[in-house]
Design a protein around this ligand. Structure first.
Ligand SMILES: Cc1ncc(COP(=O)(O)O)c(C=O)c1O
Length: 407
């Protein structure tokens, strides 16, 4: 343990964070690790180990994890079959560009067999790779430059959530619309006729789409000569095997996947209509590491488990139990918050003006060994159990008692 000038002892987590702040430019930009907004109280900063539904911080504290690395660990952390498949593949060599491994064909065949809108697939590494590829392909296909988007679609210039470092000309090419507000999209098309290459959106975040909304977005895009792209990074292999497009029955021209596809290994895919995907032949979108087969082996193990077992049904069932129990606790306690989202990715939305209460609530839940993100959808895995959900609801009940004094 280290000590600051006032003699306060640092936890090992804090100690690592302080070391990072002096040496690591990424750590130096982040006062905290979990969220980029003031959320510093009680959350661990460095993790030593994650297994199944649990993780352990470097101070030895144990948590039931509902962040799951921002969603990928759908089968639970360090799933034995996935780890074994990756280890086997690594032993055969991990980087052979420009040659390909047969895993590439196996995985693209698998993806095109389970994703409704996938006539072809192209494998990349990150979600931002895939959404940027979709936008490039839409621009090639339509010969237009503007993009209309909704939700988080990655960090690259065209979609950067914060404008620092992004050229004005790039910012000017990306337009936005509002969720569940088809009029706002109509207004964008009216203002920018014949110049939009695609509408790209997450299918939902914490609001459910109003009936027909996603189809209306697609139809409006098509009516204006633009493509409809679904960013399925969070919904893919989680809402249903074939993602939100299967769950809601809406067929995009292109869609993008990563996260739960490989249970935490870095691989993504842009998939879609063959005539659009063939635009790949007209551009350069490649990376030294796109051909690495180990991550493909992870996906080739994860997707069949999701397809052939009740893993997704478990994720839904446990998410529903969590949502139902939480809604009851919220109603009984009078917490100014509502349970929102779908069962595989639920969330507790606090009413505006209760930031201090929210921070205290999450400090208490973290202290009690459950890791819930204060500002981002939570995630369930097939490794969570009924006992984990019960433990979580007990911890939430106690936390509410602490912060609302209603116990
Ligand atoms: C909906 C969505 N799109 C795109 C991305 C970007 O993916 P990545 O962080 O792998 O670049 C994310 C990441 O959280 C996401 O949630």
């Amino acid at each position: 343990m280290d000590a600051d000038l006032t003699g306060r002892r640092f936890t090992r987590s804090e100690e690592w964070a302080r070391r990072g702040e002096r040496s690591d430019a990424w750590a130096a930009t982040r006062g905290d690790i979990l969220a980029d907004d003031r959320f510093t109280r009680g959350y661990p900063r460095y993790v030593s180990r994650a297994k199944g539904a649990y993780l352990w911080d470097v101070d030895g504290n144990h948590y039931v994890d509902y962040i799951l690395g921002y969603g990928p660990a759908i089968l639970g952390h360090a799933h034995p079959e996935v780890t074994a498949a990756v280890t086997r593949e690594l032993a055969l060599g991990s980087c052979m560009s420009p040659l390909w491994s047969p895993r590439q064909v196996e995985l693209t065949e698998l993806l095109t067999s389970v994703i409704p809108g996938a006539e072809m697939a192209y494998l990349m590494k990150t979600g931002s790779d895939a959404t940027s590829a979709a936008v490039r392909l839409a621009r090639i296909h339509t010969g237009r430059s503007k993009v209309v988007r909704w939700g988080y679609n990655g960090w690259h210039d065209w979609t950067a959530p914060r404008p620092a470092g992004v050229p004005e000309s790039t910012l000017a090419d990306t337009l936005k619309f509002r969720y569940n507000d088809i009029g706002s999209l109509r207004a964008v098309f009216a203002e920018h006729p014949d110049s939009v290459a695609c509408v790209i959106m997450m299918p939902f975040e914490v609001e459910a789409p109003e009936p027909g909304f996603l189809a209306a977005v697609r139809d409006l895009a098509h009516a204006h000569g633009a493509l409809f792209v679904l960013d399925e990074m969070r919904s893919g292999f989680r809402m249903a095997l074939g993602g939100a497009q299967e769950y809601f029955g809406v067929r995009p021209d292109l869609s993008t996947f990563s996260k739960a596809m490989a249970n935490g290994f870095p691989i993504s895919a842009v998939v879609g209509r063959e005539d659009v995907m063939r635009g790949l032949g007209e551009t350069h979108m490649s990376s030294t590491f796109y051909g690495n087969p180990a991550e493909m082996a992870a996906a080739l193990t994860t997707v069949p488990i999701l397809r052939d077992t009740d893993a997704l049904a478990t994720v839904w069932r446990l998410g529903e139990a969590l949502q139902t129990g939480l809604a009851k606790l919220v109603a009984e306690s009078g917490l100014p918050a509502e349970v929102v989202g779908y069962a595989p990715a639920p969330f507790l939305r606090f009413a505006d003006g209760h930031e201090a209460l929210k921070l205290s609530f999450y400090e208490e839940t973290t202290r009690r060994g459950i890791l819930l993100h204060p500002n981002h959808q939570w995630f369930l895995s097939a490794a969570h159990t009924d006992e984990d959900v019960e433990f979580t609801l007990d911890a939430i009940r106690e936390s509410l008692g602490e912060v609302l004094d209603v116990r």
